[in-house]
Design a binder for this molecule. Structure first.
Ligand SMILES: C[S@@+](CC[C@H](N)C(=O)[O-])C[C@H]1O[C@@H](n2cnc3c(N)ncnc32)[C@H](O)[C@@H]1O
Ligand SMILES: *[C@@H]1O[C@H](CO)[C@@H](O)[C@H](O)[C@H]1NC(C)=O
Ligand SMILES: *[C@@H]1O[C@H](CO)[C@@H](O)[C@H](O)[C@H]1NC(C)=O
Length: 222
């Protein structure tokens, strides 16, 4: 089993002093609680998040925000029946990768820098009995070579979309499809889209995206 996983380690919910049934919290108690939760949030950021991200420039860092079940379903619907390697750039707790694998998109891979999320994803794969063609790697998504990826899922912040678009255009094969959740790529035209509001996802076929980009480049020359 994964040596990184120690059941019951983070949080230690059994600690005394947390929940005292019966006693109402006074102003002092509330203040202490606020300070404690502020400290906990800071500790989460500093201890859990920072180690993996030391080498990533601040403007390229994207905090963890898990996809909703509907977002997962929509993203995978736009990849249904496709062949080749599927990757989630910044895979979090692995929910998209595990569902991709379950639906037969294999091999399925997640890149993630946060060691705790990586452990959680590996543990979930182990618990579900998924192995072989599913993996979670501790790699910086900005540094991995995507030239053999055919299905790419990105649930990342809008601020990193422009540099990401440049990387995907440079590396992905022509028959690759990119599925973006929450925010579309501002300068690309999607081949299809699914869902409304926060649940919306967009699919881009690299061949079309490149054709469009070339058309624009030629237009600007004449
Ligand atoms: C918005 S969350 C999405 C998580 C997951 N894909 C989902 O939809 O549930 C973005 C994730 O990307 C990870 N991440 C951010 N920058 C990264 C980088 N440079 N390399 C690898 N992972 C990164 C974060 O740790 C976070 O878990
Ligand atoms: C992984 O998937 C490929 C393509 O579907 C298949 O050929 C291979 O046997 C699989 N490997 C494992 C270990 O399941
Ligand atoms: C990625 O890998 C491919 C195939 O191995 C190689 O041709 C290409 O130059 C690599 N790209 C980068 C940016 O390293």
């Amino acid at each position: 089993m994964e040596q990184c996983w120690e059941p019951g380690e983070p949080g230690e919910p059994g600690e005394p002093g947390w929940a005292r049934p019966g006693g109402a919290l006074g102003a002092r108690g509330l203040l202490a609680l606020a300070v404690a939760s502020g400290a906990a949030a800071w500790a989460t950021w500093a201890v859990l998040l920072m180690p993996g991200f030391r080498r990533v420039p601040l403007r390229l860092q994207v905090p963890y925000q898990p996809s909703s079940p509907r977002q997962v379903a929509n993203a995978l619907a736009l990849l249904r029946g496709r062949a080749g390697k599927t990757v989630d750039l910044g895979s979090g707790d692995g929910r998209l990768v595990l569902e991709a694998y379950r639906q037969g998109l294999r091999p399925a891979l997640g890149y993630e820098l946060n060691p705790w999320l990586l452990c959680l994803a590996k543990y979930r794969a182990w618990r579900a009995g998924y192995h072989g063609n599913v993996s979670f790697l501790k790699e910086d998504l900005w540094k991995v070579n995507l030239s053999d990826c055919h299905n790419v899922i990105v649930f990342l912040a809008p601020s990193v979309k422009p540099p990401l678009a440049t990387k995907l255009l440079a590396e992905l094969p022509d028959d690759a499809r990119v599925v973006a959740g929450r925010f579309p790529f501002p300068s690309w035209t999607p081949s299809s889209t699914l869902g409304q509001g926060l649940e919306q996802v967009w699919a881009y076929d690299m061949k079309e995206v490149r054709r469009e980009a070339q058309g624009r480049a030629q237009e600007s020359q004449v």
